[in-house]
Ligand binder design. Structure first.
Ligand code: GLA
Length: 380
């Protein structure tokens, strides 16, 4: 068992006075390329990271504080607090509550249960800790109640939880990645058909490290221009008589102007870049993959306008130090950026970034190195 899974198990036993019936865990993700394309029906290429949220689940009938009738109880080891199922309260517990609600909406009966959570996905930095808690909850409940829901449907349920319960209008990438990514691979997902395939990503063989920089600029999706970007894309699609910008071509762009033109130009070019990036990965041409990463960043900065001075500084430093590729990852507006850096040069590179951030008077960034990890799993 992984450390997070062990911690969830111990916490469950401590809080509920019995052994859990099972423990499941799900990872955060970084998106390698394909940003703000998911809610436009386009392509994304995320990979799971080796940071996870685990949940131990059982009936919880023996706990000392339990009253009748039995009620669902949720406990977080990291926040050291117990929450009930009933009331939405803008805490971490809204994610599992949302999943229970969305499973009910999908026609699955969820009887009372007890759950203990423990995780190590950095919170609020764009590595999808919320998708990880949703995916872990969904997979655990599916196994605990023997529902037999497929993983794609679980991802749809988790997205529903995020959109309609938590109230963030995100696409399906994060939940899908958390549930379906495989170790050692990225996942090419067609967000319209929800068909996906793993694309092997052996960074070690290529002598490259995936460096993630957390700019420490927190971004709450609900408070940002995320919903505004989404609305502009929907407007642009309507102006073109299309259901989604996925179907727009470069020639269609001539019919648009101002914000609609810029946002649509990003989506059209980014979808093409994802497919080119997959081709480059499949033949192991990382230089081309890196060039596409830089191009993606420029498009997110200039056309989609979701970058920040911190993210731009990271990418510029990467370029100056000869990194293979770099770009912001996730929604933007702060959060994280990634770079592919020759393995022997990562320390020098992160030092240079720290120095560049200090010179600009930015917060000290945090760095992680990840290898593509496994998606959600039931541990026992
Ligand atoms: C956030 C959302 C995703 C996706 C990205 C941008 O991570 O949760 O659905 O839209 O932003 O690519």
């Amino acid at each position: 068992m992984r450390e997070t899974e062990q911690r969830a198990t111990w916490t469950y036993t401590e809080q509920f006075g019995e052994e859990p019936e099972l423990v499941a865990s799900a990872p955060g993700r970084v998106n390698l390329i394909g940003e703000h394309t998911d809610y436009n029906g386009g392509f994304v290429l995320p990979c799971a990271i080796d940071r996870r949220i685990a949940v131990a689940v059982g009936p919880g009938r023996r706990g000392g504080f339990q009253t009748r009738p039995y009620q669902t109880r949720l406990y977080s080891a990291d926040f050291d607090e117990m929450r009930q199922i009933d009331e939405k309260d803008s805490s971490w517990a809204d994610y599992p509550r949302g999943v229970v609600w969305a499973m009910g909406e999908a026609g699955h009966e969820i009887r009372p249960f007890s759950a203990a959570f423990a995780g190590n996905v950095p919170l609020g930095s764009g590595l999808s800790s919320s998708a990880a808690i949703e995916a872990a909850t969904a997979l655990a409940l599916d196994a605990f109640f023997g529902l037999g829901v497929g993983r794609t449907d679980l991802a749809v349920i988790c997205q529903r939880a995020e959109n309609d319960y938590v109230g963030v209008g995100s696409g399906i990438m994060d939940q899908y990645a958390s549930l379906l990514c495989e170790a050692g691979a990225a996942l090419l997902l067609d967000c319209r058909s929800l068909e996906a395939r793993s694309v092997p990503l052996d960074l070690e063989a290529a002598g490259l490290a995936l460096v993630v920089c957390d700019t420490r600029v927190e971004r709450g999706l609900a408070d940002t221009g995320y919903n505004d970007r989404r609305a502009t894309c929907e407007r642009a699609a309507r102006m073109l008589g299309l259901e989604e910008l996925r179907d727009a071509t470069e020639r269609d762009l001539d019919l648009l102007s101002e914000a609609e033109l810029k946002r649509a130009r990003h989506v059209v070019s980014e979808n093409a870049r994802v497919l080119e990036a997959v081709e480059a990965l499949e033949i192991g041409v990382f230089d081309e993959f890196g060039r596409l990463m830089y191009a993606s960043h420029a498009s997110l900065r200039d056309d989609y306008e979701v970058s920040t001075p911190e993210l731009d500084t990271f990418v510029r430093t990467a370029q100056q130090h000869g990194a293979t590729g770099a770009r912001l990852t996730g929604a933007g507006f702060g959060g994280c950026a990634i770079a592919l850096v020759p393995m022997s040069e990562t320390a020098e590179f992160t030092d240079a970034c720290e120095q560049a951030f200090a010179e600009c008077g930015f917060e000290d960034p945090a760095f992680y190195e990840f290898v593509p990890a496994a998606g959600a799993e039931v541990a026992n």
